[in-house]
Ligand binder design. Structure first.
Ligand code: HC1
Ligand code: SF4
Length: 573
């Protein structure tokens, strides 16, 4: 421990802290703007400055280690003035059309101006010439809102190991974007949106499709059905003031119904179908000498990553479409046939925690007989906006349920939304198939949690199945290098592009840095899924009665000819 004085009071704090962290332990919240724990710790914005006795200049507290005998002042006129000046300078060069900004009321610059009592901008100078890019299917970049904090640059480079976004030009002309300010459409961006959820302002936002949903909902000639992804229910509540990690499945169903969808279905149901198809494919590859390790293909950011970075390893991807697209393909075939609706009149809307899903639905190969599997994909954030536009009082909504036929799901389908969940769901089914039993223990905790790469060997029916789970594309890259070098003897690998899996997807509610710095939102949201899983009566995909019916009455068996036509694809370089 070290002893230091903060604002005239002596404290003992652990010696490995920064001044910023030390101040927090004693109840002083030093403001920050660029700082994001473990992601962007660069001391660039200078909002967190403090005065340290003996040092002439003010110091950035986020990168300043505590020392024994230090005398720190976080709140005197000089410090307050410096912080205010810094923020005023940022605001002078900022597009301040807050009323029309999608991040209004969830903008760290806006909150900071308010907290620092900034009422006027003293210097109204020249503004940077802004650039605007909305050509990609997923992300809109508006440099007039950018404050050059560097969080997106770090998220893309250090967390995802990709490096699409960088600082461009110098001095007053500095901006952040892809090299040569190319469009996000034309660079190997995987659309994971991790840059977006770390952006403190409105410089990076999703490409909204809300207007398209309203339009089809009012078109009487269309039968509009909705599917909601596993991770949505683990985070949607945050947009309405619920604590992080609150499961809002029941209110989600009611909100969707009130918005006017003809059927409220669930991507979790399709996740159960995916397990049937992917589990069968895995056993087939193991038993018949197919390409191993087989790797999951449900995270579209991940699929884009391997396509761009390791195209030679594409045969390792499972041929399964993602649950989102399996759902769409079955809605426009199985559901359409059984309900006598022309597939051309069906509009499938998906609510996803993901911004890459917007690019997945427009992949040219993902259609059957000219019908797109999924027509419109919106994020959890966009759904929250729709609920607000419709002026539904979310907290007062009664708990509803999803509709039968494609809305009943098991605990296995549900946990897809957290890293390790697809793997655990697959093992639950594969273990039953191999043993021919209905195994009682379904908790495979070795593949749960937020560790970057998890490995496990699971013995079923005398056979050792070696598995690995990676989340974020840096960790995925590590496993791919192993495969490339012949060092990976796994049978099955799960990869999710986002850190923590879909619960922390680029389309989820955005938590500000001061929350993210102290709460692991990945772990909290995952708990919301695992607790619902534990409460489910049916926790294995193959035990879902609706899934049994689907195969009995329509597909035959997993990997049948019909299943292949509808539910599988081929990833080619
Ligand atoms: Fe996901 Fe998936 S789990 S990819 O993370 O396989 O987005 O939630 O919908 O498709 O089911 C996302 C989540 C989601 C698919 C499923
Ligand atoms: Fe990088 Fe992902 Fe943002 Fe693309 S979406 S710039 S890959 S962080």
């Amino acid at each position: 421990n070290v002893s230091l004085s903060i604002n005239g009071i002596q404290y003992e704090v652990p010696s490995n802290l920064t001044v910023l962290e030390a101040a927090r332990t004693v109840g002083i919240d030093i403001p920050t703007l660029c700082f994001l724990k473990d992601i962007n710790e660069v001391g660039a914005c200078r909002v967190c400055v403090v005065e340290v006795e003996g040092a002439r200049a003010l110091q950035a507290s986020c990168v300043l280690p505590v020392r024994d005998g230090m005398v720190v002042n976080t709140n005197n006129t000089r410090v307050r003035k410096a912080r205010k000046n810094t923020v005023e300078l940022l605001l002078a060069n900022h597009n301040r059309e807050c009323t029309t900004c999608v991040r209004s009321k969830n903008c760290e610059l806006q909150s900071l101006s308010e907290e620092l009592s900034i009422r006027t901008i003293p210097f109204e100078g020249e503004k940077r010439i802004p650039s605007f890019d909305d050509l990609s299917p997923s992300i809109v970049r508006d440099s007039s809102k950018c404050i050059l904090c560097g969080r997106c640059v770090s998220a893309c480079k250090n967390v995802q190991g990709i490096g699409i976004l960088e600082f461009l030009n110098r001095g007053f002309k500095t901006t952040v974007g892809p090299a040569f300010e190319m469009s996000m459409r034309d660079v190997p961006c995987i659309y994971c949106g991790q840059c977006m959820v770390t952006c403190p302002v409105g410089a990076l936002t999703e490409k909204s499709a809300i207007h398209k949903v309203w339009e089809v909902l009012e078109d009487k000639s269309k039968h509009v059905i909705v599917q909601s992804a596993p991770a949505v229910r683990a985070a949607l509540g945050e947009e309405f003031g619920y604590p992080i990690g609150t499961n809002v499945t029941g209110k989600l169903a009611t909100a969707l119904r009130r918005l006017g969808f003809a059927k409220i279905f669930d991507t979790n149901w399709a996740a159960d179908v995916t397990i049937m198809e992917e589990g069968t494919e895995l056993l087939d590859r193991i038993q018949n000498g197919g390409v191993l390790p087989m790797i999951t293909s449900c995270s579209p950011g991940w699929v884009r990553y391997i396509e761009f970075q390791y195209p030679e390893l594409l045969p390792h991807l499972s041929t399964c479409k993602s649950p989102q697209n399996m759902f769409g393909a079955l809605a426009k075939s199985y559901y359409a046939e059984k309900h006598g609706i022309d597939p051309k009149d069906i509009v499938v809307v998906s609510v996803m925690p993901c911004t890459s899903k917007k690019s997945e639905i427009v992949r040219p190969e993902l259609e059957v007989d000219g019908n797109r599997d999924v027509d419109i994909s919106i994020t959890t954030r966009e759904l929250a906006l729709m609920i607000k536009e419709a002026r539904l009082e979310f907290d007062k909504l009664e708990d509803g349920t999803f509709d039968p036929f494609m809305g009943n799901y098991t605990g296995a389908g549900l946990i897809f939304g957290a890293t390790g969940g697809v793997m655990e769901a697959a093992i639950r089914t594969v273990a039953d198939v191999l043993t021919g039993e209905d195994l009682e223990n379904v908790d495979y905790t070795a593949v749960r949690g937020v560790e970057g790469i998890k490995e496990a060997t699971i013995n079923v029916a005398g056979m050792d199945i070696k598995v690995a789970v990676a989340h974020n594309t840096t960790n995925a890259g590590i496993l791919l290098e192993k495969i490339k070098n012949g060092e990976a003897d796994y049978h099955f690998i799960e990869v999710m592009a986002c850190p923590g899996g879909c619960v922390n997807g680029g389309g989820q509610p955005i938590q500000p840095a001061n929350v993210r710095n102290v709460i692991d939102i990945r772990a909290e949201r995952a708990k919301a899924l695992y607790s619902e899983d534990a409460s489910k009566e049916v926790r294995k995909s193959h035990k879902n009665p609706e899934i049994k019916k689907l195969y009995d009455e329509y597909l035959g068996k997993p990997n049948s000819h019909k299943a292949h036509e509808l539910l599988h694809t081929h990833f080619v370089a």
